[in-house]
Design a protein around this ligand. Structure first.
Ligand SMILES: Nc1ncnc2c1ncn2[C@@H]1O[C@H](COP(=O)(O)OP(=O)(O)OP(=O)(O)O)[C@@H](O)[C@H]1O
Ligand SMILES: [Mg+2]
Length: 336
């Protein structure tokens, strides 16, 4: 073997030595291979665990995102609730301030109305006496001026009555009374213009109520119905019905064929001092509401613009106070 041969190093070892070296090398290689395989297995294990952890993490991430969305929704809902509450508090505060102001105005108006009623009735009576005395000497112009004076006096006394009806929340003087009689008295009291027909109910119901207070209610409702007809032909129909939902109540419906009420206005009509009329005080319907609520009833309204309006009064036939007082009577009679 020449020095240029690629196997030059072999010449330094004997063949036994070479075999030994080779066997050792093979052993070393096998050990390395086993270690590499072991490492590989561990690596694969770790990779699998890592993948599991990654899946778990992405699961957690998804859950977190759902939670975050839920939290954000809850936060938004809370903010909405807070805004609503703030608006509600603001409205309630304003209502409270308004009712305080109204109660102060109410007290003052009651006093003024009360003090004005007497001098006004003196003016009214004196005007009538003078008119009777001077009637024959009056020319057309003076007669017209006198009519204007009478109209002004009527308007003032109507407004004073309205104020008094509204502020005078006196205890009810209840008795068993026919609704038809109350309605007939009311229709006789008011002046019905020729363009309006009033239809009274044909049936009747007796209820335990304060007839004078209910007269105030029906005068207001019928006057409003007449005014809603403006100068056109109109009809006001009043009906008495059993309440289909509760046999202890009676329903009285006052319907007209007048101008109707817009949705916007409808929510305000029971508020004191709300009026759309030039010479209205806006106390009529709030007095009605007070009186009906004092009787333990309710008053509601439905309306169609251009077609007409219906007010429905629901009133107990016998209030609890009645049954109590009757029981007391019975107890007293028994013990007597
Ligand atoms: N039958 C009706 N048809 C149409 N609008 C009505 C009717 N009844 C009430 N309204 C509306 O409700 C408002 C309030 O009525 P309310 O009786 O309280 O006061 P008013 O009639 O204006 O004044 P007044 O104190 O002289 O009665 C009226 O101004 C009117 O706009
Ligand atoms: Mg009115």
């Amino acid at each position: 073997m020449s020095d240029n041969s690629p196997y030059f190093f072999i010449k330094e070892f004997s063949s036994e030595e070479l075999i030994k070296i080779l066997v050792n090398k093979v052993r070393e290689l096998r050990a390395s291979k086993e270690k590499a395989e072991e490492l590989n297995t561990r690596l694969q294990d770790n990779m699998a665990r890592l993948e599991e952890a990654q899946d778990e993490l992405s699961d957690q991430k998804d859950k977190m995102q759902v939670k975050m969305t839920e939290l954000e929704n809850a936060k938004r809902e809370l903010a909405n609730q807070r805004d609503k509450l703030q608006i509600e508090i603001m409205n309630k505060t304003q209502e409270l301030l308004k009712s305080e102001r109204l109660s102060a105005i109410g007290n003052l108006s009651a006093r003024v109305a009360h003090d004005l009623r007497n001098p006004l009735s003196v003016i009214q009576n004196t005007s009538q006496i003078l008119k009777m005395r001077l009637e024959s000497n009056l020319d057309d112009k003076a007669r017209e001026q006198w009519t204007r004076l009478d109209r002004a006096i009527y308007r003032m006394s109507h407004q004073l009555e309205d104020v008094m009806d509204y502020v005078r929340i006196s205890p009810l003087k209840k008795k068993d009374y026919s609704l038809c009689v109350i309605l007939q008295d009311v229709v006789e009291r008011i002046v019905t213009p020729d363009n309006v027909e009033i239809h009274l109910p044909e049936n009747d119901k007796e209820i335990f109520c304060d007839p004078e207070k209910l007269e105030i209610v029906f005068v207001n409702l019928i006057m409003n119905a007449i005014q809603a007809s403006e100068n056109k032909k109109g009809m006001v129909s009043i009906g008495i019905f059993d309440d289909p939902q509760d046999n202890n109540n009676v329903l009285v419906k006052v319907s007209d064929t007048g101008i109707g009420i817009s949705d916007d206005t409808l929510s305000k009509i029971f508020e004191p001092l709300f009026t759309t009329k030039q010479i209205g005080t806006g106390l009529g319907l709030s007095s009605c509401k007070n009186i009906i609520e004092q009787h333990g009833g309710t008053i509601t309204v439905t309306s169609v613009i251009g077609k007409g309006t219906t007010f429905t009064i629901k009133i107990p036939k016998k209030s609890e106070w009645n049954s109590l007082s009757k029981n007391e009577d019975a107890i007293q009679t028994e013990s007597a």
